[in-house]
Design a binder for this molecule. Structure first.
Ligand code: ATP
Ligand code: MG
Length: 180
């Protein structure tokens, strides 16, 4: 499973529709300070379910919406979509391509879209569990995350092994059942 496309519209500095298409192997994003490299990573974290606007370097979640510039009006909506190549069925859906999207309008909570249909965050979380690409998993290693992992308690570190071993899903289901 791999990311085929990241499409952003009205998200942070990407006022116009911008598509990033990672290639096979390694893709590096380079550019001057402030050109939007980290905003692309923020877009990925946001679509994967980030709940904290601060974690995305804003004050509130609405700060992800393009706020306008001298010659541009603010955007009326921010939208991000990731398209995964799922030929290997890394995601538990019987489809060759899986699209996860999220959008937000000013003054409303954000909404999720899975393969073109409205979905809940829970559905997305469940689909990503044990794949290593959930927002708390290990697919995004930001600055400081390595030392955070090294300094974590054995219990905290254990959750990364659970995810890699593919048992997070069962643990979550067990906890859910025990609550009932
Ligand atoms: P560096 O090399 O310094 O890490 P970078 O390429 O990672 O830079 P980003 O942090 O991705 O840069 O982009 C920062 C830019 O995004 C800033 O110019 C900031 O004004 C702009 N930006 C952030 N949020 C918004 C928003 N909601 N609307 C418009 N622009 C925004
Ligand atoms: Mg940066």
């Amino acid at each position: 499973m791999r990311v085929k496309k990241i499409r952003m519209v009205g998200f942070k500095s990407f006022a116009d529709e911008t598509v990033v298409s990672p290639q096979d192997g390694m893709t590096a994003i380079v550019g001057p300070n402030g050109c939007g490299k980290s905003n692309i990573v923020d877009a990925v974290r946001w679509v994967l379910g980030e709940k904290s606007g601060r974690a995305l370097r804003g004050k509130s979640m609405e700060d992800v919406i393009f706020l306008g510039a001298e010659t541009r009006k603010p955007a009326g909506m921010a939208e991000v979509e990731i398209i995964f190549d799922n030929v290997d069925r890394g995601l538990p859906l019987d489809m060759d391509e899986v699209a996860i999207g999220r959008r937000i309008y000013p003054g409303s909570p954000s909404e999720y879209i899975l393969n073109g249909k409205r979905a809940t965050r829970r559905e997305i979380d469940q689909m990503l569990m044990d794949t290593g690409i959930g927002k708390t998993a290990y697919s995004i290693m930001e600055q400081g995350r390595m030392s955070e992992i090294l300094k974590a308690s054995p219990e905290e570190r254990r959750s990364l092994f659970d995810e890699a071993a593919g048992i997070s899903r069962f643990k979550a289901e067990k906890m859910e059942t025990q609550k009932k």
